[in-house]
Design a protein around this ligand. Structure first.
Ligand code: FNR
Length: 189
């Protein structure tokens, strides 16, 4: 009997608010993941605003745990809202800060992006901006499936559980794509 390879992914919600649809989507990923894929939610609330004047010598200590988690993960999942047609400022700041760490945690990392919004387009514009950012960081982003959760207010029940049949099928497909991309990165793409 063959033993299935285990994957450890980390997931970041781009929304800091308690009732976030994006955090609900992240939890749905955790619930729908097959048993060989573990997804740990990581937070960026304690990452300070980037200031090159203050951070020439060394980045603040609070940055190190996030850098280490990204570096150690088999893949990173970013689940984010779209703010003003782009990446939420707090999330972009956190990415900017960790990108200045000498370990370059995103370099050659397998990344999956998805997002939820109450509008129709479901974070498409944010996702393409984030893909562009990932190019500079030398990360590799899963191309398909693209998961853009529009009208998010209709896709979860009152307890925050995902109820949309199509998404319930698609979320494990995204995890499978990330696992396959992670394998490619590990064997040298
Ligand atoms: C938004 N929202 C939004 N929605 C969208 O589809 N496109 C957009 O450009 C924006 N812009 C935007 C800017 C700002 C500052 C806020 C606060 C909100 C609405 C957004 O999608 C909605 O509030 C989501 O519910 C936010 O995600 P969470 O917090 O539920 O995960």
């Amino acid at each position: 009997m063959s033993v299935e390879k285990e994957y450890h992914f980390i997931a970041i919600s781009g929304s800091l608010r308690k009732g976030s649809y994006n955090t609900m989507a992240l939890k749905a990923l955790q619930q729908l993941a097959p048993s060989h894929i573990k997804i740990e939610q990581v937070h960026f609330d304690d990452i300070p605003l980037y200031n090159a004047d203050l951070h020439t010598e060394q980045l603040p200590e609070s940055v190190v745990p996030l850098v280490k988690k990204i570096k150690a993960a088999d893949g990173v999942i970013i689940v984010s809202p779209e703010y003003n047609y782009s990446i939420p400022g707090a999330l972009k700041n956190a990415i900017d800060v960790v990108s200045r760490h000498p370990d370059k945690p995103f370099s050659e990392k397998a990344v999956a992006i998805m997002g939820a919004s109450q509008g129709q387009i479901g974070t498409a514009r944010m996702q393409y901006h984030l893909r562009q950012v990932m190019v500079f960081l030398n990360a590799y982003v899963v191309n398909k499936p693209e998961i853009m959760i529009g009208h998010a207010q209709n896709k979860f029940d009152e307890s925050g559980n995902l109820t949309d049949e199509l998404l319930i099928k698609q979320l494990p497909q995204l995890l499978d794509s990330l696992a396959r991309l992670s394998d490619k990165m590990a064997s040298g793409i």
